[in-house]
Design a protein around this ligand. Structure first.
Ligand code: AP5
Ligand code: MG
Ligand code: ZN
Length: 213
């Protein structure tokens, strides 16, 4: 089962992809998470990506297509994968098509998780992530039992460097200009499923499970 989760920053792609990955036993491939790890490790990719990520702009297609091309060839992707945050431009979507065709693979579902722009700023500025295990939290919608401590592993919660109000607004502008056209690309090829990401997290999860089957 090869899935693409689309949606604006803060729609809940990462939150849901982690849960779906656990339930279906297929990995979550988040280009954002991979790039953040590269920035942290100071790799050549990280050094190239850092400035674009900090401003809320996009990293080049060549970098992210390279990362995903390597990743989907790994053993844990043999039974499928969830793309979270990729493709984000029509160029990336075309490159993905080529990569999949070469490997005899296809995308089974493209799911657009929608949310209103007004809600996204508070979702993102309230987000906290476990620095140790990656579990996601929100100071209002999914607060940990003990402030700033991960319920799952006891790790300290951190705020992402690009989760400032100013950067979020820029990410939203970039989303509408460059990523929304990717939805048209997939609409032109067949069906896109839409899930209302403004609903309760568990309702969104159930809707996704109903689509995936
Ligand atoms: P990336 O990491 O992909 O960030 P993003 O797309 O901006 O998306 P987010 O991770 O912010 O949102 P999400 O939908 O995952 O929301 P979440 O589930 O956490 O990319 C970061 C940067 O990397 C980009 O700006 C770019 O520079 C670069 N990059 C990455 N991929 C790239 C690519 N393909 N090409 C070029 N550049 C790329 O939820 C958000 C918060 O809301 C959480 O606190 C959560 O608890 C809460 N929440 C979730 N669902 C609900 C709900 N239903 N109700 C209430 N609260 C909720
Ligand atoms: Mg995410
Ligand atoms: Zn943790």
């Amino acid at each position: 089962m090869n899935l693409i989760f689309m949606g604006p920053p803060g729609a809940g792609k990462g939150t849901q992809a982690r849960r779906i990955a656990e339930k279906y036993g297929i990995p979550q491939l988040s280009t954002g998470d991979m790039l953040r790890a590269a920035v942290k490790a100071g790799t050549p990719v990280g050094l190239q990506a850092k400035a674009a990520m900090e401003s809320g702009g996009l990293v080049t297609d060549a970098i992210v297509v390279g990362i995903i091309g390597d990743r989907i060839g790994e053993a844990d992707c043999a039974n499928g994968f969830i793309l979270d945050g990729f493709p984000r431009t029509v160029g990336q979507a075309e490159a993905l098509d080529t990569m999949l065709t070469e490997r005899g693979l296809k995308i089974d579902q493209v799911i657009d998780i929608t949310a209103a722009d007004e809600a996204l700023v508070s979702r993102i500025t309230g987000r906290r992530t476990c620095g140790k295990c990656g579990e996601g939290y929100h100071i209002e919608h999914k607060a940990p039992a003990v402030e700033n401590v991960c319920d799952k592993c006891g790790g300290a919660l951190v705020t992402r460097a690009d989760d400032t109000e100013e950067t979020v607004r820029n990410r939203l502008t970039v989303y509408h200009a460059q990523t929304a056209p990717v939805l048209n690309f997939y609409r032109g090829k067949g069906e896109i499923k839409v899930v209302d990401g403004m609903q309760d997290m568990n309702v969104v999860f159930d809707a996704l499970c109903a689509i995936i089957g």
